[in-house]
Design a protein around this ligand. Structure first.
Ligand SMILES: NC(=O)c1ccc[n+]([C@@H]2O[C@H](COP(=O)([O-])OP(=O)(O)OC[C@H]3O[C@@H](n4cnc5c(N)ncnc54)[C@H](OP(=O)(O)O)[C@@H]3O)[C@@H](O)[C@H]2O)c1
Length: 340
């Protein structure tokens, strides 16, 4: 176990209760290596993170490391905690949206992760647009398509089957918008339990959060620290960093912690689940501790609310379907689904 990090009892970590009644830890370990951290390093982190008290792991087929994480999870099961105390999420990648591909893709993740069920399975993006790992942001798949609701419902129908067959315990969406979710909620037999989305002090999405809470869909915030390690290709000159924010930094100074801890406390206290990535033992231990102790005051929470810059960092340019489109088209910013 990391010598730097005394364990934190999982009972001290806040939990969220989903519409199903299931409890999920309000912090999980992210496992996307942003093209520069190896799968082996991430798998070693999964085992050590479990030893210091993490019980929730956010995985995805496209991260390319599920088989290594599966070996780490086997060690976790043998030496740290039984299956029922773990929460493992995986995600359906964009090139597996066809109805015939969904259940096999989930089975592949189960084999790789060496599990017989997933706690949560998400549709990673609402577009079936494949892109090669590490490709440039101006790269487009030749058969890229817009959001087509009838097609998404075929994918969703298979997600419902996975739930009914017991291969997954919960299903959900990721990178959705309110207009797309409205359609899904109209037509779904089984509703999403969670929606994973970018959330941090510089991208707070308050309307979307209120919407999800009202529908009893649990928000899971990705890149909760503003993804400081994201690949160069995902950076633009207008991007800002919540870790550099003067309000966040002033509150961090008062609490004598890194600004990362303030971002995580704020997110969990506003009702989110956070999934920060780290392979640095000092950092992932501090992140777990941050949400387990020393909460922010009401005034501090309010101050951070004023720090919002509406700055989306994970823009998704590679999923655009026409030349000369703006990344904003992916996010239905005028309140309606962007037409084909
Ligand atoms: N659904 C989706 O489409 C989607 C999209 C993006 C991400 N995600 C998920 O969300 C996870 C997290 O997002 P992310 O990786 O983009 O960004 P993030 O968690 O906001 O940032 C991770 C970066 O912050 C650093 N860090 C972590 N803890 C720190 C601390 N206490 N102090 C200082 N630096 C710290 C890490 O470096 P060190 O390793 O050096 O600590 C790493 O470079 C991903 O791993 C993935 O599981 C999902």
């Amino acid at each position: 176990m990391s010598q730097l990090s005394p364990p934190i009892a999982p009972s001290l970590v806040p939990q969220r209760t989903l519409a199903s009644g299931a409890k999920i830890p309000a912090i999980g370990l992210g496992t996307f290596g942003s093209d520069h951290v190896s799968g082996a390093q991430i798998a070693a982190t999964v085992l050590d993170a479990a030893r210091i008290g993490y019980r929730h792991f956010d995985c995805a087929a496209v991260y390319g490391n599920e088989s290594l994480i599966g070996e780490a999870l086997q060690s976790v099961l043998k030496t740290v905690a039984p299956r029922e105390e773990l929460w493992v999420t995986s995600k359906l990648w964009n090139d597996k949206h066809a109805a015939k591909d969904v259940i096999p893709a989930c089975n592949q993740s189960l084999r790789d992760l060496q599990l017989d069920y997933l706690d949560l399975y998400l549709v990673h993006w609402p577009f079936p647009n494949f892109h090669a790992p590490g490709c440039r942001t101006d790269s487009r798949s030749p058969d890229a398509r817009p959001y087509i609701h009838a097609e998404f419902m075929e994918t969703w129908g298979e997600m419902e089957k996975l739930l009914e067959q017991g291969l997954v315990r919960h299903i959900g969406t990721s990178n959705m918008t309110i207009p797309k979710l409205e359609l899904l909620l109209e037509d779904a037999r089984l509703r999403p339990h969670c929606n994973e989305m970018e959330l941090h002090p510089h991208f707070q999405q308050p309307e979307f959060l209120t919407y999800l809470m009202g529908k009893k869909i649990q928000p899971i915030g990705f890149s909760p620290l503003g993804s400081p390690g994201r690949p160069e290709r995902d950076r633009t000159p207008l991007d800002t960093s919540p870790l550099e924010d003067p309000i966040v930094r002033a509150i961090a100074d008062e609490h004598r912690v890194h600004p990362a801890a303030i971002c995580l406390k704020w997110a969990v206290q506003r009702g989110e689940i956070v999934i920060p990535f780290s392979v640095n033992p000092r950092n992932y231990a501090a992140n777990l501790r941050a949400v387990a102790e020393d909460p922010l005051t009401h005034e501090e929470m309010e101050k951070i609310t004023t720090a919002d810059r509406r700055c989306r960092l994970i823009k998704g340019q590679v999923f655009l379907w026409k030349p000369d489109q703006l990344w904003e088209d992916l996010w239905d910013e005028n309140g309606a689904i962007t037409p084909a």
